[in-house]
Design a protein around this ligand. Sequence first.
Ligand code: RNT
Ligand code: ZN
Length: 425
Amino acid sequence: MKTGIGEEKINEAYEIAKEAYSRFGVSTDKAIGKALAIPVSIHCWQGDDVVGFEGAEILSGGGLLTTGNYPGRARNGDELRGDAELAFSLIPGKKRFNLHAIYAETDGEKISRDAIEPDHFSKWMSWSKKKKIPLDFNPTVFAHPMADSGYTLASADPNIRAFWIRHCKAARKIASAFGKNQGCPAVNDLWIADGSKDYPADRLGPRRRLNGALDEIFDIKYPAETITDTVECKLFGIGSEAYVVGSHEFYMGYAAKKQIKLCLDTGHFHPTETIADKISAMLLFVPGLLVHFSRGLRWDSDHVTTFSDEMRDACREIVRSGALDKIDIALDYFDASINRIAAWTIGARNLRKALLEALLEPTRLIVDAEKYGRNHERLALMEECKTLPFSAVWDYLCLKSKAPVSAEWLTLVNAYEEKVLRKRQ
Ligand code: RNT
Ligand code: ZN
């Protein structure tokens, strides 16, 4: 496969593209600058199949499932950081790195989840500072004996509830320490799997308990410059097909009540329902959003995100909302059947591509057509945009930001697989 494209050709194609977009009043240079500046939070858990460093061999519980057994899963912090660094070099634009509580590094000491401290993430924090990659965080409220009943923060057992409240408080403390260390807030996303496989008789009780538990967790105040709190809703999971305590309506209400951000995960709604239309609606009632880009294939299967209509629509809505500063953008999927660095790279490059495409939309022209009732013009412009020379702008963005152009990055991933990943067996 010949992947290299000469710099001259890229520049030439870009000049033609630039002219084509300018006819619609769009500056490609500006769009590139903006697209590169949007932080994309890359999830650490694609690198090791959501196993973490607590000694587990596979992901179990929480209704999450990784399948496949491609060689080269990262087995410790150093491997995960090394793999992530290669991915970072292949993904253009601003990046963050998203950790889960199970990625604490405790030097072999067994620390209970409710007793983890910022110190257990000191390696992550110094790496983050050195690489200038800010961190985000998540409490891990699954894959643990205290979660075996299927209920955690909504459990009827006060001991179980208290344990997870302590864990979530510890997570917020850690996130806030990240924020202090990196000079910008760490997003701390709270997601729990609580729910029931079959129809419950009492839907209200668990929700009332979750509401109370969350109040205890969020009543501790941290400076907004250090932490951004978000809560993530879900429709169903494996083992919680009939009922999920933290549903969309539940967290929509909760986030509005507490004035914290709501996390919309693209895989967490009915299969025909997409999140694009939810963005503008929710922005009126909460201080902001976190979007988890994932890809459900028939169910919330967490496949690697593709450059799909769903992703492109969501990015367009994020950009059109004019609220980029209030929307945190993250990836959330895990595929153990393919090279994991490629999985990161494919998903993250797609997301950056979709953001660039959204920024290249001649939104003003389209909105004007709509405003004056010229809806044929609105439709015509939307359709014309689809065949503008977008790929030339994308290639140029990669070239300018020193990321590999086109499929060039595959050579680097394949070489690393040979040299490093295949030796991990
Ligand atoms: C699960 C949620 C959640 C997790 C991560 C690992 O359905 O999407 O965000 O994927 O916390
Ligand atoms: Zn998610």
